[in-house]
Write a protein that binds this ligand. Structure first.
Ligand code: ZN
Length: 148
């Protein structure tokens, strides 16, 4: 393991008796899982993978490595079109590639039409405001047209 990032983090953890958090590094990931002899929590709670172990001298160490995918970026958002289509959407990306759409659930449309008789006012009660990727927004809009 030599003078790797993993060795440095483990030494730091033992010397300071603390959890050391490092950025994602593929080599360090391998070194840490070897050093921990399998003591790895890969559930990535809080965006980190947790490794822990004991060195030759019996000192406990614990290292958190941030996940490869940056979750902390506030400009990265997930598409919410699944709330309208019922099909989970995998899209995530920069916020400037998304638009806010207003979506009226199917069952509410029917009842509004029945009650209002098409007064020309789009009802806002119960409609969802969804942040969706542009092409998803187009698809939602064309779904609307198909029904009318
Ligand atoms: Zn989508």
């Amino acid at each position: 393991m030599d003078s790797s990032i993993a060795r440095f983090a483990i030494t730091q953890s033992i010397n300071h008796d603390e959890i050391v958090t490092i950025d994602y590094d593929a080599t360090a990931a391998i070194d840490l899982s070897v050093a921990s002899e399998g003591s790895v929590d890969v559930t990535q709670t809080h965006g980190v993978t947790e490794y822990w172990g004991t060195d030759e001298g019996g000192h406990n160490w614990r290292v958190h490595m941030r996940c490869q995918e940056e979750e902390a970026d506030p400009d990265t958002v997930a598409c919410e079109c699944g709330q309208a289509t019922g099909v989970a959407c995998e899209w995530t990306g920069p916020i400037n590639e998304t638009v806010i759409v207003e979506w009226m659930p199917e069952y509410l449309r029917a009842s509004h039409e029945a009650a209002g008789g098409g007064g020309g006012v789009w009802p806002h009660d119960g409609s969802l405001r969804l942040r969706v990727e542009r092409s998803c927004a187009d698809r939602l809009a064309s779904d609307d047209q198909d029904e009318e």
